[in-house]
Write a protein that binds this ligand. Sequence first.
Ligand SMILES: [Zn+2]
Length: 289
Amino acid sequence: MTTTVYFNDRYTASAHAAEPTRKSGLIAATLGDHPEVRLADPAAHRDQALVHLAEVHDARYLEAIRTGEPFELAESQGFGWDPGIYTMAVEHAAGQVAAVNEVLTTGARIAGSLSSGQHHARRDEGVGFCTFNGLAASTGEAFRLGAERVLVLDFDAHGGGGTRSVTDPERVIQVDVTVSPFDLWEPTTANDHFELAEADDYLPAIDRALNHASGIGAVDLVIYNAGMDPVNARVGAAELAERERRVADWAATADVPVAYLLAGGYLWGGFDWDDIVALHRLTIDTFVN
Ligand SMILES: [Zn+2]
């Protein structure tokens, strides 16, 4: 059984060129002959993604991204506005909604989307290169399909405070290991878990987080925000490869489906585009059905 990974050309529709708006195309270009991965177009899930985005974001913010007005709000995530920003951000959300839909309706245990730029976005503004919180929108798809509890595993280098601020902690459990003090958040339930880890304690921190996740009770789905930006905080690529194996093994043992997305991966610190592609391929090559 191949693993479906969602992508189409709208993921790179913005004129604004940055890692979150460009890397998906470079990664997709390496997947055409992948023996275990099937690229799929999420366009059929776009309308449903817009419904869920309207549950997550207020109408004034959605309209600002669509129209460019008001200017300050349209560029609140840190990008120069152009009409393709809306197209891009909606499609990244559609891909994540499609991945959730896939694992909850087809029997596939794993699906992914080459989406990024999501977990910092707030209800009424973008933050930290994140325009729309498609990750949060995709929890809406899980609940529409009958899920009762969703686990968000957020191992991006930065905190997922945006996701926490726009989801219900009783239904969306968030387990977050960061290595950078950006967008930190405080757990308000015993189920949530947050750790700002040191680079030399990274894999033990991942183990602590997964151990915690084993104790929260049944969940219907894991959404895995598989950021590769811990490399910018001195976590090595080999450790991130090991992280992916541990997360995949944990999910297989727990027998819970996984819908993953890419999250952070940047050129900062001397990395080039090939490095970014290779890092994200660690997730794609590990998370296969
Ligand atoms: Zn990040």
